[in-house]
Ligand binder design. Structure first.
Ligand SMILES: [Zn+2]
Length: 323
């Protein structure tokens, strides 16, 4: 039977090829367009589907993770039998949380990049710097735990200080939510005139005075530091030429212009101090790089020829800029 079938098929093929070779067969080609009705079957198939579409819609709302509801029941392992479908909508509530994470990831990008070079990089950074996020910091109704802890540490070091109401200048961008005014940097070192700083900077200054300044004075002059004369602490100065705000605008910087010893000697910061004074000043300045993130002074630029500038400017990777 199979051989006979092939035989008949072969003859049909021969007949088709024979007619196709002849001219008249081509004239009958117009019959082919009648194959177009095939798409009509597709069009007829689609109309019934819309009726099915509404059915799948409620399911993805209940089970967004594409798994059939029957499989979700054992996964949840919940003992309640009657209402598995109403309990399942809870998992989707977890999904909205991811959008919050990218918002938290943004702050790390906000701190300005550390300039690799001194003056030139500062000028470039000033032009490119974005508004400092610290400008938006305002005091809450209650003092944060870290601020309270900072004050406890100041007291334990014998620092005499007073609270000051929040500094917040929206026009310039200056801000200290919880400022303190220092009277001393420890039990035996006074500081003046009025030295308003944020508590972190106040603590850094007090620790530096006790651990570096006092020992350096004893080593070089054989006597104690009695007082420190500061040239700038919190200063709300408008940024110049659209540059970034000074750390002084956040109470995060201290300029020291002079040191007074208990024997009455005074050491002034300047471009050409006496030799002993220079040795003391150099020791203090060198040791300041690390405890403070920025250290500038005579020789850095014209603005710092008569004082040492220390600040805690936050930089990427905790980098320092000491010159
Ligand atoms: Zn300064």
């Amino acid at each position: 039977m199979a051989a006979f079938g092939f035989f008949r098929l072969g003859r049909l093929l021969l007949a088709v090829t024979a007619t196709s070779l002849t001219g008249p067969a081509l004239a009958k080609a117009p019959e082919l367009p009648q194959t177009a009705p095939v798409p009509q079957f597709n069009q007829e198939a689609t109309p019934p589907s819309p009726a099915d579409i509404p059915v799948p819609e409620p399911r993805p709302a209940d089970a967004p993770e594409a798994e059939p509801p029957q499989n979700e029941q054992p996964q949840n392992g919940q003992p309640q039998n009657g209402q598995p479908k109403t309990q399942q909508p809870e998992p989707p509530a977890i999904a909205p949380q991811p959008p919050e994470k990218p918002a938290q990831a943004e702050p790390p990008a906000s701190p300005p990049a550390a300039p690799p070079n001194p003056a030139e990089a500062d000028k470039k950074a000033e032009q490119e710097i974005l508004p400092d996020p610290r400008s938006a910091a305002i005091a809450g109704k209650e003092m944060p735990a870290e601020e309270l802890a900072c004050r406890r540490r100041l007291k334990s070091m014998g620092v005499d200080f007073e609270e000051r109401k929040p500094e917040h200048d929206t026009a310039v961008g200056c801000s200290i939510p919880y400022p303190v005014v220092l009277k001393t940097l420890g039990k035996s070192i006074a500081i003046g005139p009025e030295t308003e700083l944020n508590c972190q900077m106040a603590e850094a200054a007090a620790r530096f005075a006790a651990s570096v300044i006092q020992p350096a004075a004893k080593a070089e002059f054989g006597t104690d530091i009695k007082s420190i004369g500061q040239a700038s602490a919190f200063v709300c100065r408008p940024r110049h030429a659209g540059g970034k705000l000074s750390e002084h605008a956040f109470g995060n910087a201290l300029d020291i212009a002079s040191f007074a010893l208990s024997d009455g000697k005074e050491i002034d910061v300047g471009p050409t101090p006496p030799q002993k004074d220079a040795k003391f000043l150099d020791a203090v300045r060198k040791a300041a790089c690390g405890p403070f993130k920025t250290v500038l002074g005579p020789g850095s630029d014209a603005d710092h020829s008569l004082h040492l500038h220390f600040d805690l400017e936050p930089r990427r990777n905790g980098g320092t800029f000491c010159q």
